[in-house]
Design a protein around this ligand. Structure first.
Ligand code: ZN
Length: 83
């Protein structure tokens, strides 16, 4: 299943989860998220290019730079950041 990356459309209307982007495991048939599942702020789907490699690690680097740590998988499609 592909992993989609989402990020708050407006960083002023966001929670810590979507402000820096989050990943969501979805089936192709699943509807694309339009709002953050945590805070309901509008989110946009980021273009992810798995074939390029480095796209994901780039996100990790930005997340680390922003004070985020590795995302811990909680369950089906749910991720929680670990402190
Ligand atoms: Zn949010």
């Amino acid at each position: 299943m592909p992993i989609y990356e989402y990020r708050a459309r407006d960083e002023h209307v966001s929670c810590p989860t979507c402000a820096h982007g989050f990943e969501r495991l979805q089936r192709l048939s699943d509807t694309v998220l339009t709002v953050c599942p945590r805070c309901g702020a509008p989110v946009v789907k980021l273009i992810s290019a798995p074939s390029v490699g480095g796209s994901k690690s780039g996100l990790d680097d930005r997340a680390k730079a922003a004070g985020f740590h590795k995302l811990k998988r909680l369950g089906k499609g749910e991720y929680e950041k670990t402190y």
